[in-house]
Design a binder for this molecule. Sequence first.
Ligand SMILES: [Zn+2]
Length: 193
Amino acid sequence: MTITSPTQVGHEKNKFIIRGNFDGVQWPQECANCGRSPTNTDNLSMSANFKGGRKNTITVLLKGIPYCEICYPKINRSHDLSCIQIFASGLFGVFLCVLFIVWQSQNDTSVLLCGASVVAAFAIGYGLSWLLVKQLGNLILKSKLAEPLSGNLKQDPEAGNVKGVRVVMTIPRIEYASKFAELNNAQEITIGK
Ligand SMILES: [Zn+2]
């Protein structure tokens, strides 16, 4: 049983590593996207599964990221666009799989190639969704979207929390990132890739 240690934050510019107690993260009280007075809050939800099996999925929620009344709807639209992209990615993948399987059944190719083509179908499906939904969406809706904070989880036995993970997070706006670093007493570290 790991005892949760206090929140520890390290950063390299606008990229952060958070260990210990995630509920202890503090947010500078201004809009994370533009600096105006905040009216709403958003959460950053990150999930990972290092062992397989649904019950081994680890989720970490960083709560209370402040946004103003102008940026909050833009952040929500960006979240929606990401959901649509994931959905489209699956849809394209299944569609390409069917195409490949039909093509292979007519050309008498091996089972091994069939397996590889399923992987390829979903990879291409993801690429297509990134291009057609994410990039095109960003281009068309540019003024109606705002880039949310992003993050993921890394396995870390030294993380000092029950979940055994550290958060790697990026704050897009540099000014907000430096205020976040100051508020959370972030140590300057080298994060790299
Ligand atoms: Zn704002």
